[in-house]
Design a binder for this molecule. Sequence first.
Ligand code: GH3
Ligand code: MG
Ligand code: MG
Ligand code: MG
Length: 341
Amino acid sequence: MPCPRDGRQCILLVEDDPLTRDAIRGILADTYVVVAVPTGAEALQVLHSGVLPDLMLLDVRLPDTDGYSLFEKIRHEGFIRDMLVIFLTAQWGEADEAMGLGLGAVDYIRKPVSAAVLRARVHNHLQLKRHRDMLRDLSHIDGLTNIPNRRRLEEVLARQWAHASRNGLPLSALFVDIDHFKAYNDTYGHLAGDDCLRQVARALFASVKRPCDLVARFGGEEFVVLLPDTDGAGAYHVALRMCQVIEALKIPHGAALLSPYVTVSVGACVCRECRSFLPEALLACADEALYGAKNQGRNRVCLRILHRDLAGREACLETDPFAVPGDGPGTAAEPSSQGWP
Ligand code: GH3
Ligand code: MG
Ligand code: MG
Ligand code: MG
């Protein structure tokens, strides 16, 4: 379900009574994008479809569930971190109110709603949220390169991991590391090194195509790329393109032996069964793959797959990028990694 972000904040209204639903929508729709559904199941469908509202107005009594249980469920699924919840209720008692607020809702609104009170409360909460989101966005950007930082990476990874686990989709990660960067600093100085980092970050950022892909600075001269719904062949393809794109920047690097220019090595890892691993394992496996790419001569890609062996142990195995999904970990038969050019 669309939730267009034309600068307006988005509200998910969950209310089974059609008159109340229309009334609330009428009060709020001129200022916010309002998505209205009558049941808990439909509210979950909206959230699972990838729409993340700023605020959920949640009726306590619903035909298929109660508001408190739905709240617990969506909190368990991680949606509450970035979404406010206000309960709507006709029952008004201290115990009810304490229960809802104790769960983590930001407010209670009594039905039948007063248009003025509803508008004012929603406005106040969403103003605060807008400021909180702005601060959060700033704290998610790396100061040197202006791309997402490691904190942002961890948040996005957790969300993408949950999505991939729930839907049985593959998720790939790339560890990108500048080759012989210490020597670059030693030769050209740290300010030139910083400038090089910025150029590399910008080029990596520009070389991913899908809106859900993420390029982040992991730290130092290392970057991590997350590629949701991408299998080994796709990850390998993006990784090779990154090697090409960086060398094509033609940033002179007189101290590197393998090319006259700055190059990167990439460790790629694909996981096809996210629900049986922790997200850290994906990064650890991509990091191992990076060591592989460095050991094999740098300026190249090494692809691994995170899977379980027959004894159920976690394994990070070198794999053929063109192995058919579902055929197990694939083989390390050549060419499992390639230099560039
Ligand atoms: P390898 O090919 O094995 O990756 O070699 P390397 O020299 O790139 O790796 P090493 O880990 O030895 O050195 C990384 C260097 O990255 C060390 C440090 O001087 C540099 N570096 C890390 N962060 C920054 C930064 O913010 N600015 C600059 N200019 N340099 C940085
Ligand atoms: Mg109701
Ligand atoms: Mg490094
Ligand atoms: Mg390096």
